[in-house]
Write a protein that binds this ligand. Sequence first.
Ligand SMILES: [Fe+2]
Ligand SMILES: [Fe+2]
Length: 199
Amino acid sequence: MSTPPSDDRHRVALRCETGARWLPNALAHLDAVLVDHAHCEKKAAANALSLLQAYPEVPGLPAHMARLAREESGHLARVLQLLERRGLVLGRDPGDPYAQALQALVRTPAVQRQLDRFLVAAIIEARSCERLALLAGALPDAELRRFYGELARSEDGHQQLFLRLAARVHGEATWPRLEQLLEAEAELIRRLPVRAAIH
Ligand SMILES: [Fe+2]
Ligand SMILES: [Fe+2]
C-alpha cells in the first residue's frame, strides 16, 4: 500500500462547479428538494451498509461504514422531521439520474469494482457537500442555513473517508481512476437537466 503525498489528495477536487441555474431553482422548489434530500440520506445510509456487507475483510471498513450508516440515518431522521413540520410526505423514490449514471460506471471485476464503489461514493459525497453548502449560504431561514451548513461539513468528512479508504486499499491505482470518474462526473453535470433535487 502506498502513502499518498499530501492530504489534499484525500479531498475530491470536482472538475466543475454547479451551474448558476441550480440554486435559484432549488430555492424556488424547496419542498421538492427537501423530499429528494431525504431520499439521498436514505441511500447514503443504505450504501454504507451495503459496502459493509460486500467488504467485511477490509481492515477498518466495517467500523467506518457502521458509523457512517448511523450518521447518514441521523441526517435522514432530521430531514424527515423537517418534512413533517412542513406537512410533506416522503413518497416513493423516483430515482436519481445523476447517481445512477455514476453507478453505471462501476466496473465488474472484483478489484476494480471495489475501487469504483469507493470513488463513486466519494464523488457523490463531494457534489452533495458542494450543493448543501450552496443551500446553506442562500436559504431564507437561519435555522435551515445552520442545518445545511452542518450537513455540508459532515458530507465533506464522508468524501475524505471514502477517498482515504480507496487510497489505502488500492494505492496508486486510485488516482488515474479518480481522474477518469471526475471527468465523467463533470460531463454529467453539464449534460443532465437542472432538477429541483440535490443532484
Ligand atoms: Fe448525509
Ligand atoms: Fe454523506
